[in-house]
Design a protein around this ligand. Structure first.
Ligand code: 4NP
Length: 153
């Protein structure tokens, strides 16, 4: 099972989701990557505030680097989890087939199916926003990790 986490910049929410899910799964059962729909932070390390929050909870995301989502990602991945509806629209706009589209879902639909709730963009806010991102992404990645373990994702 190959999983891609997608946000806007690929420096806050999706690298955290990548690092957290990697820390919870058997690497022989699944792999995880992340990307951004925007190109402004390509090759950059995650935001220092996200690195710090992840480190506080024992997850090191400092070696990850930003990259932009591209249509070939539909071929590379089985599931594509996006952080909000803006990311959803940008990814879906690049889908070539109905099969591509069916791979994409909002990450927080793992917690409340069909709710389409966002992981709020923390970039322009304060530290509390990074804590909120951590809490939401931790719960959602717990769900995904359990499904991987049980072979039900
Ligand atoms: P992310 O956060 O999508 O969670 O990585 C953002 C990072 C950078 C920007 C916006 C959101 N930006 O506008 O540069």
């Amino acid at each position: 099972m190959k999983i891609l986490m997608v946000c806007l910049g690929n420096i806050c929410r999706s690298p955290l989701a990548e690092g957290l899910l990697k820390s919870k799964i058997d690497p022989t059962k699944a792999s995880v990557d992340s990307a951004g729909t925007g190109n402004f932070h390509v090759d950059e390390a995650p935001d220092p505030r996200m690195i710090k929050t992840a480190r506080k909870y024992g997850v090191d995301i400092s070696s990850l680097r930003g990259r932009q989502f591209e249509p070939a990602d539909f071929d590379r991945f089985d599931r594509i989890y996006v952080m909000d509806e803006g990311n959803y629209d940008k990814v879906i706009a690049q889908a070539r087939t109905a099969a591509d589209e069916s791979k994409v879902d909002l990450l927080l639909n793992q917690l409340e199916p069909g709710s389409n709730l966002p992981v709020p963009d923390p970039y322009f806010g304060g530290d509390q926003g990074f804590e909120e991102v951590y809490n939401l992404v931790a719960k959602a990645t717990d769900q995904i990790a359990q499904k991987i373990e049980h072979g039900t994702l």
